[in-house]
Design a protein around this ligand. Structure first.
Ligand SMILES: [Zn+2]
Ligand SMILES: [Zn+2]
Length: 126
């Protein structure tokens, strides 16, 4: 069990309120001082400004034009919806998973940013 950040006492699992359910997958409460500590949902990665791997959170992602047959494609609802909306296929080099995301990667340098902008504008006109 984790310890209280304020007093160091042991924390116990606590019921989440409705608003806490939106943000936290688990909530702990301190038996001594009543401090509540939440464990955030992994999907909050999706609300970051730039794409991150939904599994490990890295921004070391490769852009892919086509699906790789070997590495698996993430089939979470969020990834599937973004695929339907025309999201870009990304590949996490650490988890070896592929997923779709509508956002761009964190720009590393101005030259790399220009390269990725050129790529996205090259989409075929249907
Ligand atoms: Zn405490
Ligand atoms: Zn990853």
């Amino acid at each position: 069990m984790p310890r209280c950040l304020r007093c160091g006492e042991g924390l116990t699992r606590s019921r989440r309120s409705i608003s806490e359910k939106l943000y936290y997958s688990l909530v702990f409460k301190c038996r001594a001082c009543g401090l509540r500590v939440g464990e955030k949902h992994n999907f909050l990665n999706y609300f970051a400004r730039h794409t991150r791997c939904p599994r490990c959170g890295t921004d070391e992602l490769e852009k892919r034009a086509t699906r790789d047959r070997i590495d698996r494609v993430l089939k979470t609802p969020i990834s599937l919806v973004q695929a339907m909306l025309g999201g870009t296929l990304y590949h996490c080099v650490f988890c070896r998973i592929q997923f779709y995301d509508l956002r761009s990667r964190q720009p590393k340098s101005s030259s790399e940013q220009k390269a990725s902008e050129a790529l996205t504008s090259e989409q075929p006109q249907a």
